[in-house]
Design a protein around this ligand. Structure first.
Ligand code: GLY
Length: 392
């Protein structure tokens, strides 16, 4: 093997991972703070960011006990229109942002009780959502099955076409002077107890003042880090389908549809261009990305219960992505235990939703070394603190 070569020009930041998180932070760090940035990834934008559905639905996907994550999600959703407009201008490409609203519907009486409880919880938190009868649901979305028993309308939960978002971020980064190195990272370089760059699989040493680890669920696998700096992320597999609505049938649906179907949940995300995304399964099977017949069956079966007409549509893609799960389902954002290493991972089911807030806050961490108050509860140190409490 040849000996490593050094990068000729040390950069301010080297970013490991070119998903929406790595790309958006790179773009912000470059354009807002003038930092020099190199992004390292063998296949930019092809991981979880490519597989995702792009739901921007903090209220309709609210989970019990996650109020602090909700605050972050709502703030990120609030920043989306401006973020998307800025990106469109910078890349001269559509960002895919679509303010369409979301309807969450229940199939049977038990599913209705689940959504009624969710509605009561949303009301207690002062969130905007309204309860609809089955007939009212179908007035909003006539293709819904008459069998549904009711639902919730959340007018402020929207969507973005995640693939357009990735494409726009890649162009905006390149235009801003972000450098791309299409290789995998062999290891993070540590010298004098500080991260100071990465060695690529091709044997190049990219030297940087700071390293941003934003490699999704692979963030825990990048060699070179002391144990206390490794973010506790794991892969959570999600199978997802893409169907195509022919122009004559558009719009089949006008807003996101979340469904509670016999106790399970799923979603349908319609795009204006006819793409219909149906997702997603959830399995903890390591790094397996096989699409199974069972996964496809389950998704189509439940989608058909809610919108019977979907079985007429061409199935154009089946895919499995790996969400970066964290121990408390919230992102891991901020300076790590290793000086010079900042992390932005663990976004689990909300990477696309949390992109604007992650970009803004992590770029600030990189530029000023200070952690914005909004993301202070999501620092990597919270797990070390929890471990210490268990040991005490
Ligand atoms: N955000 C939807 C999912 O993870 O399936």
């Amino acid at each position: 093997m040849s000996s490593p070569t050094m990068s000729e020009h040390p950069t301010d930041v080297v970013v490991v991972g070119a998903g929406v998180v790595g790309l958006s932070v790179a773009w912000r760090a470059r354009t807002r703070y003038g930092l020099t940035v190199t992004v390292v990834d063998p296949a930019p934008g092809r991981g979880a960011s490519h597989a995702a559905a792009g739901m921007l639905t903090p209220v309709s996907e609210l989970q019990y006990g996650e109020e602090s994550l909700l605050r972050l999600s709502i703030e990120s959703a609030r920043r989306y229109p401006e973020f998307a407009a800025e990106l469109t201008e910078a890349a001269d490409l559509p960002s895919g942002y679509h303010a369409c609203g979301t309807i969450a519907v229940a199939l049977d009486a038990d599913d209705r009780a689940v959504l009624k409880d969710l509605h009561a919880y949303q009301q207690r938190l002062g969130l905007q959502s309204s309860w609809l009868t089955s007939r009212e649901c179908r007035r909003l979305e006539p293709m819904l099955s008459p069998a549904i028993t009711g639902g919730l309308h959340v007018e402020d939960d929207h969507q973005i076409d995640n693939r357009r978002l990735v494409a726009a971020l890649l162009v905006a980064c390149a235009r801003a002077g972000v450098v791309f190195v299409r290789e995998s990272v062999e290891r993070i370089l540590v010298a004098g107890e500080r991260a100071h760059g990465v060695r690529t699989a091709g044997g190049r040493d990219l030297i940087a003042d700071q390293v941003l680890l934003a490699a999704g669920c692979r963030s825990a696998l990048v060699p070179g880090l002391p144990p206390e700096a490794i973010p506790p992320v794991r892969p959570v597999k999600g199978e997802i389908l893409r169907l195509k609505v022919p122009p004559a049938l558009l719009p089949l649906l006008s807003r996101n549809v979340r469904g509670v179907v016999k106790g399970g949940s799923m979603y349908l995300v319609p795009r204006a261009d006819g793409e219909l995304v149906i997702g997603a399964t959830e399995h903890e099977l390591g790094h397996d990305t096989e699409v199974t017949a069972g996964g496809v069956y389950e998704l189509l079966r439940d989608a058909h219960e809610l919108v019977p007409g979907i079985t007429e549509l061409p199935l154009v893609e089946t895919l499995a992505g790996l969400r970066p799960g964290s121990p408390d389902n919230a992102p891991i954002i901020g300076r790590s235990a290793l000086p010079g290493l900042v992390v932005a991972t663990g976004h689990y089911r909300h990477g696309i939703l949390l992109t604007p807030i992650t970009a803004d806050t992590v770029a600030e961490v990189l530029a000023h070394g200070t952690t914005p108050e909004l993301v202070a509860p999501f620092g990597p140190d919270r797990f070390a603190t929890a471990a210490r409490k268990v040991m005490a």
